[in-house]
Design a binder for this molecule. Structure first.
Ligand code: MRU
Length: 356
């Protein structure tokens, strides 16, 4: 299965080569596959803010390499000045998006690494190695979660599943082949998925533009629906699993994810559809006791009022929160590379994070 999954790694969101970060511009997909080279942390911070790179793990990886880009500018300065010189870059990157904790987790890893690296004569290779490790660990976490998620699906039923997913949690959102979409890929390779129902994911259309592009590119049977068709599909018995990713999971198992996830969880419980959240442990924020403390990003209302250049709404103000919080008691299972948490709660999340 591992070999098959590696072979399925066809799409990439980012690449580090020639001492620069390359990002596939996700605003332009699926019409244009445009890669851009980034050489400064400020450019990468803007790319995160503008969602040229997006998805919690990919944001974290991009930020880690942005710190390396900033450090590269300091090679001619005394090492003793590096920490102070990089403070502004860390702050800029931390301001780029508020909800996905992977960003802050990756920046903290880079900060911790910097503290050690500046004690050496050559800190740059140490920082670069840390960023590469963050990328590789995320890729490996995708492999682990895919296999664990597959195991959960298989143990629940040997029948072929109709899966609903929301937003994009695939290769475009991670350093590997995805979290929720990684599980869906593995389950498909194992003959356990007959159809993936892709929610369009208004207003940024991560479902119709990105997830659909990934699934169709691999020949995985999938069909697109508007977000508001979810209840109807579940009522018709057409969905057996909802499988989604996460931007932040708190110590009690509450999950922040793309706006619309919470209503899917409510619907899933009402229709007795199983609800799985898949995320690397870098998405778990044990500092926050519950989801009510998660900062929820609100983006420009123009994302709702316009489609592309074309205004589609009347002259009205728009409210555009782009994440919501699903309470732990609506979640059947959280799958991480550290293990599976059935019916998550504070005690189980604590045990998961302590064990390894
Ligand atoms: O606003 P986005 O596109 O960055 O939101 C992404 C999501 O909500 C994903 O579900 C989440 O980051 C998990 S990606 C593996």
């Amino acid at each position: 299965m591992r070999e098959q999954m590696l072979a399925a790694e066809k799409v990439k969101a980012l690449e580090w080569r020639d001492n620069a970060l390359y990002l596939l511009d996700q605003r332009l997909l699926p019409q244009h596959e445009h890669w851009q080279r980034y050489e400064t942390a400020a450019e990468v911070a803007l790319a995160i803010r503008e969602m040229r790179v997006r998805g919690a793990p990919a944001i974290g990886v991009a930020a880690a390499f942005a710190v390396v880009l900033a450090a590269q500018k300091l090679v001619d300065s005394p090492v003793s000045t590096w920490s102070a010189a990089l403070a502004a870059d860390f702050a800029l990157l931390a301001e780029s998006r508020p909800t996905a904790v992977n960003l802050f987790w990756a920046l903290q890893k880079m900060r911790d690494c910097l503290a050690i690296a500046v004690q050496q004569a050559q800190p740059l290779p140490i920082l670069a190695a840390q960023a590469v490790a963050i990328l590789n660990d995320d890729r490996e976490a995708n492999m682990q979660t895919a296999q664990l998620g597959l195991q959960v699906i298989r143990e629940a039923s040997a029948a072929s599943q109709h899966v609903m997913t929301h937003c994009n949690t695939g290769a475009l959102a991670t350093a590997g082949f995805g979290t929720a979409l990684g599980v869906i890929r593995a389950a498909y390779l194992d003959g356990l998925v007959s159809c993936v129902h892709v929610n369009e994911t208004r207003p940024w259309l991560q479902g119709s533009r990105l997830t659909a592009w990934e699934l169709v590119g691999e020949g995985i049977p999938s069909v697109l629906n508007v977000d508001s068709a979810a209840a109807h599909l579940m009522a018709q018995g057409k969905i057996t699993w909802v499988i989604v990713g996460a931007d932040r999971i708190t110590a009690n198992g509450d999950v922040a994810n793309k706006i619309g996830t919470y209503q899917l969880a409510v619907l899933a419980r009402y229709h007795q559809v199983k609800f799985m959240v898949v995320a690397p442990s870098s998405t778990i924020d044990m500092q926050l006791s519950s989801g009510t403390a998660i900062p929820i990003e609100e983006r420009n209302g123009e994302e709702i009022l316009y489609i592309g250049e074309q205004r589609v709404a009347a002259q009205i103000d728009a409210f555009n929160p782009v994440f919501d919080v699903t309470p732990a008691d609506l979640i059947d299972v959280i799958v991480t590379e550290r293990g599976i948490v059935m019916q998550p709660n504070q005690q189980k999340m604590h045990a998961l994070m302590q064990d390894n």
